[in-house]
Design a protein around this ligand. Structure first.
Ligand SMILES: [Zn+2]
Length: 167
């Protein structure tokens, strides 16, 4: 047995000295100064740990905890804001998923509806027939022509007025 193997099983020798595999380790430790020092160091650490006292929980800890839990359960339900806060603090988000999906669907409907002009579908504009539209276009063209004629006539009149003082 080499030192590397020995050091990996030194702890087993300490914790279970009577194990059959410990015999080989013990013979190596007795013949090897370095492994012997390692074993002595481990033994010192374990001895120190044995003197250390873990702090005990206060007496009746479990009973007091149970009483407080029962008190909280028996208390009147908190207001809706407290309940909402505790839900937000302690939930996993699972119960909000349907609400979230609904909100996303609503956004999609509103956004897509605006894009596809659903508002126009809900409030249809008064429909005019093709003939009426043609007449309206002709009427507008006629008005534009009349306006142009008036402008040309006005220009002629202005020229006439400017020409009159000289004559
Ligand atoms: Zn060794």
């Amino acid at each position: 047995m080499n030192c590397k193997d020995c050091k990996s099983v030194l702890l087993d020798l300490l914790l279970d000295p009577g194990a059959p595999s410990s015999a080989a380790v013990r013979t190596h430790v007795e013949s090897c100064a370095e492994c012997n020092r390692e074993l002595k160091s481990l033994e010192a650490t374990f001895a120190l740990l044995d003197t250390w006292q873990a702090p005990e929980p206060s007496p009746y800890f479990d009973q007091k905890l149970a009483v407080r839990l029962r008190e909280e359960q028996a208390m009147a339900p908190a207001g809706w804001f407290e309940r909402l806060k505790s839900r937000l603090l302690f939930n996993t988000g699972r119960q909000f998923r349907p609400a979230l999906a609904g909100a996303l669907a609503l956004i999609l409907i509103v956004g897509g509806g605006t894009f596809a002009d659903v508002t126009g579908f809900l409030h249809p504009k008064p429909q005019t027939s093709a003939a009426v539209q043609d007449l309206q276009i002709l009427d507008k063209n006629d008005q534009a022509l009349q306006t142009m004629d008036q402008l040309l006539q006005d220009d002629g009149a202005v020229e006439d007025t400017t020409a009159t003082p000289s004559s």
